[in-house]
Every structure is written in C-alpha cells, then in structure tokens.
Design a binder for this molecule. Sequence first.
Ligand SMILES: [Zn+2]
Length: 356
Amino acid sequence: MLSLKIPRLFSIDQVPQVFHERGILFGYRHPQSSATACVLSLFQMTNETLNIWTHLLPFWFFVWRFVTALYVTDIQNDTYSWPLLVYMCTSCVYPLASSCAHTFSCMSKNARHICYFLDYGAVNLFSLGSAIAYSAYTFPEALVQTPFHDYYIVLAVLNTILSTGLSCYSRFLEIQKPRLCKVLRVLAFAYPYTWDSLPIFYRLFLFPDEDIENEATLYHQKHVVMTLLASVLYSAHLPECLAPGCFDYIGHSHQLFHVCVILATHLQMEAILLDKTLRKEWLMTAFKPFSFSQIAVAVMLQLTLSASYHIRQQRATMDYSRGAGRPWLTSRACALETLNPNKSLEKPSSLVGRSE
Ligand SMILES: [Zn+2]
C-alpha cells in the first residue's frame, strides 16, 4: 500500500549552524533534503513554508500583470513602453528566485549558498529594472537631461554589480561575524535602492509643490514608507527576537519582510504606470526614449558580470564546504557532520529517521 511519510522537522540544535535563523527554534527541514522533499515541504508547515508562498503567489500576480501589459503593447513600435516591460519582467524574476531559494535551500550547505546567491542576483536585477523605469518615466523635470540623468543608468548597473558581490560575500561571514554579515547585506541592498530612488526623493522632499497634482506622488510616498518598513523588519528580526520560538511558523520577520517587499513593488508599479501615462506628452518632447540596444546592454552587462561573480562565489563555497584543510574527512563523514554537527561522528545511528 502506498504511504506518504511526512518529513521529520528538526530543532535549531539538530541542524548545522549555517541553517540557523535568529529567534527561530523549531520547524527546520532536514539539512540534506532531496529535491522531492523540498517540493513537498510547500505543503507541510515548516519554518520556511510561508517564506515560499509569500513570494510564489505574488510571482503569478506579477506574471499576470506583465502578460497583460505585453498584450496591450505594440512591442515592435512602442519604444516608449520598453522600459516598463523590462521593469515588469524583472519584477517577476525576483519573487520566483526567492521562492525557489527558500524551497531548495535545505538540500545542502552548498545548495543553500547557491540558492541565495541567485536570490540576491535577482533582487539586484530588479533594482536595475526599477532604475530603468525611473529614468524613463519618473525623473523630476529639473533633473531631466542633466549629467546626473545621463550617468544614472550607468551607475545603477555598477551599483547592482557591486551589490551582488557584497551580498554574496556577506554569506561567508554568517558564522564567524554575524553582525558584520548583517550590516554588509543590508548595506548591499540599501545602497542601490537609495541611488535608484534619488529622483523620487528629489520629487517628494525637495520640490513637492512641482508634483502636487501628480496622482503618482501618493503611490511613490507609500512605496518609500513600505520599503523602509521592510528594511526595518529585515534588519531587526522583529518580532521573533523578542519572543524566540513563538513565531517559528507564522509571523516571523522574514515573512513580514516578504509581504512588505511585495506591497512595495505593487505600489511602485502603480506609481510608474501613472507617471508613464500622465507624463507621456511631456516626456516624449523632453527627452529621447531609450533605444533597445541601450536597455539590452545595461541588462546584459549586469547579468554577465553578476553571473561570473556567482560562479566564482560558488566555487569558493564548494571548496569551503568540502572541508578545505580537512582532507581526512570523507564525504560520508561530511554528510554525518552536516546532519548532526553537535554529536560525535562515531554515531551513525543519528542518521536513522530522516522522516517519520
Ligand atoms: Zn526571502
């Protein structure tokens, strides 16, 4: 008779340190889960389940919006809409990469690092997509066709490459220097976001009167507030830091962070769509829209340099996890150590009962 065993969950003491989440005490999946077990965990309540769904469902929502936009756009001739399509495409990529990372991160230590490298790369790609849309539709009148506008995208590309490197590098500091790791990772995401948002800050805070009648302003304001809330939740680990063990499955900071990020993206998309429509006449006369080659070069540059950086980081991760400097450890011993780092390697019985 067929029977489906529900994978056993582990407490924080039973999984290697690299899998530990601050304030989360239980609900960890097996640190060497199979791909099938990872997919099945979507339907089992673990401490990652809502992290997966809070990005997987919005991914389909953004796909629907992207496909709808594609359907009503004359892609070949409507060059004015190209930046919007690039932005909408990147807004689909990052929730998908994130939900995949949260799904498959428990396959091994290496898999965990590689999953999150790809996640960070996708977030940075979205950051570049936002910069392309801002440059095309939301720049304040006073800054259009200035040197700042001219170099805005070039610097956004450089920022996203630096940010990808910094966020990936921060993973190597997770165990030895957790505070520095957190600071570097927050900085890696905050820096390109701040750069991308300078035109918005200029519109909102320096010359708000200029924009008083623009309906998009309200959405830009809400987007900024929601992003700030997301970054506070991400860096402070609230509320699980105040009550460890109480938010293992529902309500911990990473789930709230995911929800805030998605709401922020939705508000940003509304603001960009309004700017694109309401300012079209003026923008069409004020400056030349991007050419296809400009957009393609920016995206390809970001993808190529980030990919080469990812490959180097993955090699470094594999060397590190294979037990560099510990040649006496066989792969079997490494597996035992990964499963149960706090117990002696002489106790293979600890492997029994991967599922119950
Ligand atoms: Zn996440």
